[in-house]
Write a protein that binds this ligand. Structure first.
Ligand SMILES: *[C@@H]1O[C@H](CO)[C@@H](O)[C@H](O)[C@H]1NC(C)=O
Ligand SMILES: *[C@@H]1O[C@H](CO)[C@@H](O)[C@H](O)[C@H]1NC(C)=O
Ligand SMILES: *[C@@H]1O[C@H](CO)[C@@H](O)[C@H](O)[C@H]1NC(C)=O
Ligand SMILES: *[C@@H]1O[C@H](CO)[C@@H](O)[C@H](O)[C@H]1NC(C)=O
Length: 503
């Protein structure tokens, strides 16, 4: 049980990015009274205390189940904490989910001759995006969708299938009026060798998909698609956008055992008030892929540089610019010190309870020291789970990602340290749930100030706060080319004054 953390060793060598003046500033803060923190740790290691909590959450969980989706389960506890500006929620401008499909499109197709099979790949959140598009493509092609097949990823080697992660019955029920979903190909079709179609161009329109696949589908009965990432255009007719939202926000629900644990961890975080969830991207592969450096020490930076030389193919970022340019362009994930300074400037109180999502940072948990020093109530899923609770999940990257997803989705304030599929999905989900506070770091504009050592702390904080006034999760209209599951206004949400135009 890991709530009592020991940080005996930590990396003290700042790299050129880490300004020692700033580190002093961080460490000069008063420490939490030791005797108090010891009592707290004793309480947390007391099994009776945990049994009591589990009991309590059982009831709270039951009660939460009866609340409709769009209602915010924390609105009650939140009122107690309005004193702090940091926990204040953005003005949602009255936007509510509205998936009112037009009448004409509502006919479910009874056709039993055409089947779409899809193989989805990547991490859990990437697979999620592909499933959303697969449903829409099945709808466009008027085909039944065979439950998506999950390709085993060589990095994570997670063999989970759809129903290990998502609630399959729920998925079928919710989409019952939109797309016919079958668990497997019917016997009339299993002998057919599926035509694999690999050449769907990026951002294809429904017209393109219809004109290229309908004939094949009619002839062969089965169409097999893989590599669906961004194949379907982000700009679709209104009904198809609403369908995207319906899949992402209603149909794709995690399976009950994951949901139960995710909700339990959420309640453990919330038991003492509101909490902040951080999605930290500090794993080794993230630094290698982005062409960025963790800024821990020269030694660690060299390890990343060497890995990148060994595997140049891993680099996904533009390769003709230097690390420093990349950093200043806002293309690098924030490191622990930067995250600390950012949330401090944005008003996170020292007593803030923080949940952090993500894999073990490169350099070990010690690299999180700037955060744990400034915010002692700092936990991840391993810290919060009781012995054995995570056991069935721990070897499965997708299930672990799903647990993080649930706690982040439910948090009072959420901030990703870098974009990415999970950050985007949660941003959209929180917007749809009523524009819950989501901080999007304005990296490009804020980084020069991080490097300016002549700024006083209060000047720095004021500048950073100003830079983020409009990046707190307020309603934002989807622009062309953007994903409606990240920006659900206006297609999937409306307020009393919005006038809907069908695209
Ligand atoms: C609805 O949203 C618009 C912005 O899109 C805003 O100007 C307006 O005040 C909102 N209406 C209500 C009733 O909140
Ligand atoms: C959906 O609802 C909004 C607001 O209630 C309305 O303006 C719009 O016309 C509706 N759209 C459809 C397609 O019915
Ligand atoms: C890097 O390449 C991109 C496109 O290939 C180009 O637009 C950009 O100007 C280049 N940057 C530098 C610093 O050379
Ligand atoms: C650093 O901050 C000082 C004080 O506000 C300001 O005068 C100076 O222009 C800043 N330097 C840079 C490089 O932005």
């Amino acid at each position: 049980m890991g709530l009592s953390k020991n940080h005996q060793c930590y990396i003290a060598v700042p790299s050129h990015i880490v300004n020692s003046h700033l580190q002093n500033m961080l460490s000069s803060e008063k420490k939490i009274t030791p005797s108090l923190s010891r009592k707290f740790k004793l309480l947390l290691t007391n099994p009776r205390f945990w049994i009591f909590l589990v009991f309590l959450f059982g009831f709270v969980g039951l009660w939460l189940d009866f609340l409709p989706f769009s209602q915010n389960p924390c609105s009650i506890s939140r009122e107690l904490f309005t004193a702090s500006e940091f926990w204040k929620q953005p003005d949602g401008l009255g936007y509510r989910p509205c998936l009112n499909f037009s009448e004409t499109s509502r006919e479910i197709l009874k056709d039993k001759t055409r089947y779409l099979m899809v193989v989805v790949s990547g991490g859990m959140n990437q697979q999620r995006n592909q499933i959303v598009d697969a449903v829409v493509i099945a709808r466009i092609l008027e085909a039944a969708l065979v439950v998506p097949i999950f390709q085993v990823n060589p990095i994570w080697a997670d063999e989970s299938e759809f129903s290990d992660i998502f609630n399959l019955d729920h998925f079928k029920n919710v989409l019952g009026n939109d797309v016919r979903i079958v668990s497997s190909l019917p016997s009339t079709h299993v002998m057919t060798r599926p035509v694999e179609e690999k050449r769907t161009p990026l951002h294809s329109s429904p017209q393109w998909i219809r004109s290229h696949y309908t004939r094949k589908l009619r002839r062969d009965g089965v169409l097999l698609l893989r590599g669906l990432d961004s194949r379907l255009s982000k700009d679709l007719p209104s009904d198809l956008q609403k369908l995207r939202c319906k899949v992402a926000f209603h149909a794709l629900r995690f399976n009950p055992s994951i949901l139960e644990l995710g909700n339990k961890l959420t309640e453990r975080m919330r038991s003492k008030g509101p909490f902040l969830a951080l999605h930290l991207r500090m794993e080794k592969d993230v630094w290698v892929r982005t062409g960025c450096l963790p800024g821990l020490s020269h030694e660690y930076d060299e390890m990343i540089n060497n890995e990148r030389k060994r595997r140049p193919d891993l680099l996904t970022s533009r390769s003709n610019i230097t690390y420093h340019e990349r950093k200043l362009a806002g293309l690098c994930p924030l490191n622990a010190l930067e995250v600390t300074r950012l949330i401090k400037a944005l008003g996170a109180p020292k007593g803030a309870r923080i949940y952090w999502a993500g894999g073990t940072p490169f350099g070990g948990k010690e690299t999180l020291q700037p955060l744990t020093k400034e915010f002692p109530h700092f936990y991840n899923k391993e810290d919060l789970a009781l012995p054995g609770e995570l056991e069935t999940f721990s070897k499965k990257a997708s299930l672990m990602a799903a647990i993080d997803y649930i706690v982040c989705e439910n948090s009072d304030v959420f901030m990703p340290s870098h974009g990415g599929n999970m950050g985007h999905a949660i941003q959209g989900h929180r917007a749809y749930a009523g524009h819950k506070k989501t901080i999007t770091p304005n990296k490009r504009q804020m980084l020069p100030h991080f490097l300016n050592s002549s700024l006083s702390e209060s000047e720095f904080n004021k500048i950073i706060l100003d830079l983020h006034k409009d990046s707190l999760g307020q309603p934002e209209l989807r622009k062309r080319g953007r994903d409606v599951t990240k920006y659900p206004v206006p297609e999937c949400m409306c307020n009393s004054t919005t006038i809907h135009s069908s695209m």
